[in-house]
Design a protein around this ligand. Sequence first.
Ligand code: KG4
Ligand code: ZN
Length: 364
Amino acid sequence: MKVLGFESSCDETGVALVETRADGPPRLLAEALHSQAAMHADYGGVVPELASRDHIRRVLPLARQVLADAGCGLHQVDLVAYTRGPGLAGALLVGAGVAVALAAALGKPALGVHHLEGHLLSPFLGDEAPDFPFIALLVSGGHTQLMQVDGVGRYTLLGETIDDAAGEAFDKSAKLLGLGYPGGPALARLADFGNPEAFALPRPLLHSGNLDFSFAGLKTAVMTQARKLGPNICEQGRADLAASTQAAIVDVLVAKSLRALQDSDNCRLVVAGGVGANLQLREKLDAGAKRLGAHVYYPPLALCTDNGAMIALAAALRLQHGLADLRRDGAFDVRPRWPLDEITAPATAGIGQAADATQPAHPL
Ligand code: KG4
Ligand code: ZN
């Protein structure tokens, strides 16, 4: 079964084709991505109206490219998936509209996918797929959550940020340091040249006794330090502040993730979302998990940030587990705000716990 997936929730237009397999997780056949980062850089953040217009320009050429790269005709597509939410309403509508129209024209079903479910399941696109159950650390520009994942569609929230997301903390701190948008990767690059102990920044909620996060105070502390250093801050000072900021964010993410592993007696941690591309985070999580006898699974580096492959994958896995709410009537909506627990199946649903439950439970 071939699933064509569209992602357009924010500032990346992603399209990908995956194929289900009887003996393993779905396989990625081709994917294409256009990042709008350069377009939004001048504004220091995403401008929703510009994002929607750019998705319109990019989406069909990217779809053509994916099908050509996979050597696949449109008529061979069995299901068309799209990000239904959460995200920017106008941007979501572009991907959803194109996907549903395409499905209707082909006489094939369409499926709206939860963006965070795409991130959560994205390690199945890596060389090493985890078994269920696992703990997931979801760290993106808009979300910071720890989740217990018992199977496809079986997600329990263990803790989340009470204010800013980890990606936001990276982005806002980067802005204070005069780095471009998106700031996370730029701050991480600058941090390589700095001393992480140069500034004593707070580790919010580190000892809170629960699995919640808070990053707003950290941003304020970075702002205070940046002001103290003044506009003529030297290169080494900027690098030291970048390294100290990254260390503070990473320390909290690592401590809470390891705590979640210990509390649940789980030996598998999955890291997903854009901040999962941070190499310092990966290094510290790997080392910490090793001490606990646990293993950390990541999506391929290029698939940490938003992409179409994770949307096509999540749709394919839902299909295989009989959890796909397929639409064939050409009707659709988007969910700019969409709590993940709304798509979580009740524990009694009898959903296969193993990643190899790959026989289509819901044939098209
Ligand atoms: O998952 P994603 O692409 O989009 C959302 O769903 O939000 O995540 C984007 C976030 C941005 O905040 C970006 O700065 C951050 O991920 N990010 C990083 C790195 N690469 C991306 N943060 C720290 N280090 C990185 N290497
Ligand atoms: Zn995302």
